[in-house]
Design a protein around this ligand. Structure first.
Ligand SMILES: *Cc1c(COP(=O)(O)O)cnc(C)c1O
Length: 436
């Protein structure tokens, strides 16, 4: 019973590891993604009906951590990481619709949940006498700020963020560059895929690692994926207690980390109903779920830039969960939503209902709008605050978007990012001789 849960790589099935090793490593040594050997099953009755989000997270994640050094710390980790609200709010225009707001953390996007949990784990895993570690993050916009906020001023840790210059919103860029102290932003003359390639190349360079110990905090880390299950479990259990029906979710999707967390909660036996993926014009997933062979492709830039992914990393974990295409296609449906539709959706909801959505959330709102009457309760997942994307939203609606206090504080600090060529060696040289 108290046997710890083992984790393996999606690629070779080798490299059994415990959760603390998995969290410290990020990626498996064979380049695969870590997955639990089996998903534990839990009963709705095992959760405290009056529990907070952190209490739900602790109960949900206990089987993943049992028998390890972190197990006793799990309640404190969940309290530290999940100390903001994740409200489920009824939608004005839709009798069966709600919105699950995941943007009330420090960086105003759902990435705060995973980043803060990972940081809380790192604080406990790293021995006090360990050499300083540099956490490398490639970001298409929101991950970098969440990781920076979570690790800012943490002793023994330096954060280096790589983002594609000109491809993030001006406010996202400001957020990435505003931390200072142990956080450095690098604006890369290339795409997000270039940033990811450079980070992977540095992480895989043993000679570099010998001189500059490196780690990663990208969304492929299980330490970010597991805590994201908490808000799905918390919302679905709350709904179940009130209505005795499962809650159905529409998830804005890019790299598939957020939606996979929802799928895993359902696999664990909790009352999650249908799950629909809302993608932008990057249609890799919607084509696959419509019956085409899985075909990763280069990403194209869209208004929902944090979802500009042509080769979603977590597809590998979804395949591990459901190895056969026919079985996997029964689990999810996916839609691709183009930029014009994102604009229309933002404008229409602002003018008709006074509700504001970020471009990512708008893809999911559109899926709900076009679904017709299902008679089922749907929760649209709101992944970021619209004020983060003021450069898209404000011209469309013709007025200012109110800025949450935490974001306002970041915007008032000066920001700075160093330029970097989109070459693996440029990053390696920078890491050995940072100009800062
Ligand atoms: C990261 C992000 C997404 C996509 O989430 P995935 O886990 O990569 O699918 C959607 N919306 C926003 C605002 C994001 O920051």
């Amino acid at each position: 019973m108290s046997e710890p849960l083992h984790y393996r790589s999606t690629r070779s099935g080798q490299h059994a590891a415990s959760i603390d090793q998995v969290i410290a490593a990020g990626l498996a040594p064979d380049g695969g993604l870590y997955v639990p050997e089996a998903l534990p099953r839990l009963d709705a009755a095992a959760f405290d009906p009056r529990g907070s989000l952190a209490d739900t997270a602790t109960a949900l994640l206990t089987p993943f951590f049992k028998g390890t050094a972190l197990a006793a710390e799990l309640p404190a980790i969940c309290r530290e990481a999940l100390d903001f609200e994740v409200p489920l709010r009824p939608l004005a225009h839709h009798a069966d619709g709600s919105v699950l707001e995941l943007f009330h953390g420090p960086s105003a996007a759902f990435k705060d949940v995973g980043a803060r949990f990972l940081a809380a784990c790192f604080r406990r895993i790293r021995p006090a006498d360990a050499p300083p570690v540099t956490i490398l993050v490639a970001t298409s916009g929101d991950t970098g700020a969440a990781v920076a906020a979570a690790f800012h001023r943490q002793p023994g840790v330096r954060v280096v963020i790589l983002y594609p210059d000109g491809r993030v919103s001006p406010r996202q860029a400001h957020q990435l560059g505003c931390f200072g102290d142990n956080v450095q932003a690098l604006r890369v003359a290339g795409s997000f895929d270039d940033c990811q390639r450079m980070v992977k190349s540095a992480l895989g360079d043993a000679a570099l690692q010998a001189r500059r110990p490196l780690s990663s905090a990208n969304s492929i880390s299980l330490g970010r994926l597991l805590p994201q299950m908490s808000y799905y479990a918390h919302a679905a259990l709350g709904w179940w207690r009130r209505h005795r029906t499962p809650l159905n979710f529409i998830v804005p999707t890019g790299n598939l980390g957020n939606a996979l967390a929802c799928v895993w909660v359902r696999e664990m036996g909790l009352p999650v109903g249908d799950i629909r993926l809302a993608c932008n014009a990057n249609a890799t997933l919607s084509d696959y779920f419509d019956g085409d062979p899985y075909t990763p492709r280069p990403a194209i830039p869209t208004l929902a830039n944090a979802m500009d992914v042509g080769a979603p990393s977590n597809f590998e974990r979804l395949r591990w969960t459901f190895p056969h295409d026919h079985e996997l296609r029964l689990q999810l449906q996916a839609s691709s939503v183009d930029d014009d539709t994102i604009r229309d959706t933002i404008v229409r909801h602002a003018s008709e209902h006074g509700e504001l959505f970020c471009p990512h959330t708008a893809t999911a709102v559109h899926v709900l709008d076009t679904m017709g009457a299902t008679g089922l309760p749907w929760a649209v997942v709101a992944t970021a605050h619209p004020a983060k994307f003021d450069s898209v939203v404000e011209p469309l609606i013709g007025r200012r978007v109110e800025v949450p206090a935490a974001l306002q504080a970041m915007l008032q600090r000066p920001a700075n990012a160093e330029p970097l060529a989109a070459e693996n060696d440029a990053l390696k040289r920078w890491l050995l001789h940072p100009m800062a």
